[in-house]
Design a protein around this ligand. Structure first.
Ligand SMILES: Nc1ncnc2c1ncn2[C@@H]1O[C@H](COP(=O)(O)OP(=O)(O)O)[C@@H](O)[C@H]1O
Ligand SMILES: CC(C)(COP(=O)(O)O)[C@@H](O)C(=O)NCCC(=O)O
Ligand SMILES: [K+]
Length: 266
C-alpha cells in the first residue's frame, strides 16, 4: 500500500492510494497533531505500507526517523523537494528549493486539475500562503502570512490585557469584547489578504479558479463566498457591471496537495 504523507508545522496528514481499476483514488485523510505523533506511532499507522512518499515543511527529526523505520521494515521511502520545473509547472522562486514543498505540490495539483487556467491557491494552515499559477504553467509567486491561530498567538504572546479563546468560529464583524476583537480581526485580515491576492491575480487576466485548502480552508471559503460578491450582482445606472466576478470557480479541496504528491508516485 502506498502512503502519501504531508507534514506541516502543526499537523501531519496522510492518505493511502486505493489502487482501483480505472483511476487511482485516495483514501480519506488521517490528520494528527504533530505533538501527538512520534516514532512509536509509525507501526500503528503505516504497517500496511510498501511505499511511503513524504513532503515535510517541519523539522527533519520526523522524516529522519521515518526513513530509518522504513529501512528496517523494508518499505520504500521517498521524500520530495521543490524543483525549478516539473511537467509544465515552472517555479517563480529565484532559488526554487526554498519554496515550501506544500506550496510546490499545490501548484502541481492545480496544473493537473485545471490545465491552462489562471489559478489562485490559498493554503490556510500554521501559515496562510497564497500562490498564483498562470495558465502558461508559470508560477508568479505569492505571500506567506501568519495563519489564523498564529496571528492570535503572536498577539497574546506580546500583550498583557489581550486574551482570547483557543478557537472561535470565523466571523469578520466588529467585536464587542476582547475575544471577538482578536478573533474577528484574524479572520478579517486573512480574508483581506485573499481579496488582495484576487486583485493581484486579475492583473494577469481573467482569474479562472480559486482553490482553498488547509485546516482553515473551509471556513475561509465560506467567508469568501459570503463576504465577496462572486457573481454579477449589481449593474449601476450606466449599465456597467460595477462588480466584476472575482473568479469563475471557487473550490475548497481538503486533500489538494496529495494530488501534487501523486505526481511523484510514477
Ligand atoms: N480539528 C483541527 N485540529 C487542529 N487544527 C485545526 C482543526 N481544524 C482547523 N484547524 C486549524 O487548522 C490549522 C492547521 O492546519 P493545517 O493545514 O493542518 O496546518 P499545517 O499544514 O501548517 O500543519 C490550525 O492552526 C487550526 O487553526
Ligand atoms: C509557509 C509554510 C511554513 C507553510 O507551511 P504550513 O503552514 O503548512 O506549516 C511552508 O510553505 C514553508 O515552510 N515555506 C518555506 C518558505 C517559503 O515558501 O518561501
Ligand atoms: K500546509
Amino acid at each position: 500500500m502506498i502512503f502519501l504523507i504531508d507534514i506541516g508545522n502543526s499537523r501531519i496528514k496522510y492518505v493511502h492510494r486505493l489502487e482501483g481499476s480505472e483511476s487511482i483514488k485516495l483514501s480519506a485523510i488521517t490528520q494528527l497533531s504533530n505533538i501527538d505523533f512520534s516514532v512509536d506511532d509509525f507501526a500503528n499507522h503505516f504497517s500496511q505500507a510498501t511505499k511511503i512518499i513524504v513532503a515535510n515543511v517541519g523539522s527533519s527529526t520526523l522524516t529522519d526517523a521515518l526513513k530509518t523505520w522504513c529501512k528496517t521494515q523494508n518499505v520504500s521511502f521517498t521524500q520530495v523537494f521543490s524543483e525549478k520545473q516539473k511537467n509544465n509547472v515552472v517555479s517563480a522562486y529565484q532559488d526554487p528549493s526554498k519554496l515550501g514543498i506544500d506550496r510546490w505540490l499545490a501548484l502541481l495539483a492545480a496544473a493537473q486539475h485545471y490545465p491552462n487556467k489562471n489559478v489562485l491557491i490559498i493554503d490556510a494552515g500554521t501559515a496562510t500562503t497564497v500562490d498564483f499559477l498562470a495558465k502558461s504553467g508559470q508560477h508568479q509567486g505569492g505571500w506567506i502570512l501568519a495563519g489564523i491561530d498564529t496571528l492570535r498567538a503572536s498577539l497574546l504572546n506580546n500583550s498583557t490585557l489581550v486574551t482570547a479563546d483557543e478557537q472561535a468560529n470565523s466571523a469578520i464583524s466588529f467585536g464587542k469584547n476582547t475575544n471577538d476583537n482578536v478573533h474577528n480581526a484574524c479572520w478579517s485580515a486573512t480574508l483581506g489578504m485573499i481579496q488582495q491576492g484576487i486583485g493581484q491575480a486579475q492583473e494577469y487576466g481573467t482569474l479562472d479558479v480559486i482553490i482553498l485548502t488547509g485546516g482553515n480552508g473551509l471556513a475561509l471559503t465560506e467567508l469568501l463566498l459570503t463576504e465577496t460578491h462572486h457573481c454579477h450582482e449589481s449593474i449601476d445606472e450606466s449599465g456597467y457591471d460595477n462588480d466584476k466576478a472575482i473568479a469563475k470557480e471557487i473550490h475548497y479541496i481538503d486533500n489538494f496537495i496529495f494530488y501534487g504528491l501523486q505526481a511523484y508516485c510514477e
